[in-house]
Design a protein around this ligand. Structure first.
Ligand code: PEP
Length: 266
């Protein structure tokens, strides 16, 4: 059972998968799956590719689905000659409420630095959306025993872009790079240790506000390990990649997380 009062999030990062027709199909299947489970204690988010957002927005709105729409990335800038980029206000117009900021694939493949993560977080917050800020160490950093240092640097770097007082609008996701897409999730102890470390850095920087910030775990989360991961004190939900592309798996993860947050008498 989860022992904290923060409302859990189960978020699906679709990455560069599914065109808008496939996206409609997946959301319809997920909607069906949600009908037969108790998800009332969990916030559900999906992060489709940009080209799917309009279609997915339509289905969520038409059927009033209990799913929040997110985007996988955005520019820190408002508008102008930035070919290929998408602004926060464009996303807001599509009912997007959250944006992944600093996913390790953006950091590793597209040169997203801590400074860009901070600037993007500032823009997302200024636009009235919620950044889900991803942090996590690589395998080399883990083997070198510097996981805590890496997390401290990434969390402090991101907080430079989070104005004091807006901590409640921010979510962090601990995503060890070596666990993403590998089928090898962090152990519950490692996930808890890293999330507790992130919260301790948040407390040093922002005092009591840190206790309200939700910290997700991401990296090969599946129906089998979802419950045990979120039972940990500082793990407030899951960011799910591969398993979010299958409606049954994603619904099973949501069910496992919700069950973990249920009162024993419920
Ligand atoms: C991710 O990319 O955010 C992720 C957690 O992927 P996966 O669940 O496939 O490891």
């Amino acid at each position: 059972m989860a022992t904290n009062s923060r409302r859990p999030i189960v978020a699906g990062n679709w990455k560069m998968n599914l065109d808008h027709v496939e996206a409609i199909h997946l959301v319809q299947q997920l909607a069906l799956g949600l009908r037969s489970i108790d998800h009332s204690r969990t916030d559900i988010q999906i992060y489709p590719p940009f080209t799917d957002l309009r279609s997915v927005e339509g289905i969520i709105g038409a059927d009033n689905l209990p799913i929040e729409l997110g985007a996988q990335h955005c520019s820190a800038l408002e508008s102008g000659a930035y070919t290929g980029e998408v602004s926060v206000s464009m996303l807001a117009r599509l009912s997007v409420t959250s944006v992944l900021v600093g996913h390790s694939e953006r950091r590793q493949l597209y040169g997203m630095t801590d400074e860009i993560v901070a600037a993007t977080s500032t823009s997302v917050l200024a636009g009235g959306l919620h950044p889900t800020i991803c942090v996590g160490e690589t395998e080399e950093e883990r083997e070198a025993g510097i996981t805590s240092e890496v997390l401290t640097r990434q969390v402090r770097g991101a907080l430079a872009g989070v104005p004091k007082g807006s901590e409640g609008s921010v979510v962090f996701a601990y995503e060890p790079v070596w666990a993403i897409g590998t089928g090898v999730a962090a152990t519950t102890q490692d996930a808890q240790g890293a999330c507790a470390h992130i919260r301790s850095v948040l407390t040093e920087e922002r005092g009591g506000a840190a206790s309200g910030i939700r910290i997700l775990y991401g990296g090969s989360a599946k129906p089998d390990n979802a419950g045990e991961l979120v039972a940990e004190k500082d793990v407030d939900g899951l960011l799910v990649g591969g398993a979010s592309l299958d409606a049954a798996s994603f619904a099973a993860i949501i069910e496992a997380v919700s069950a973990c947050y249920g009162s024993p008498s419920a």
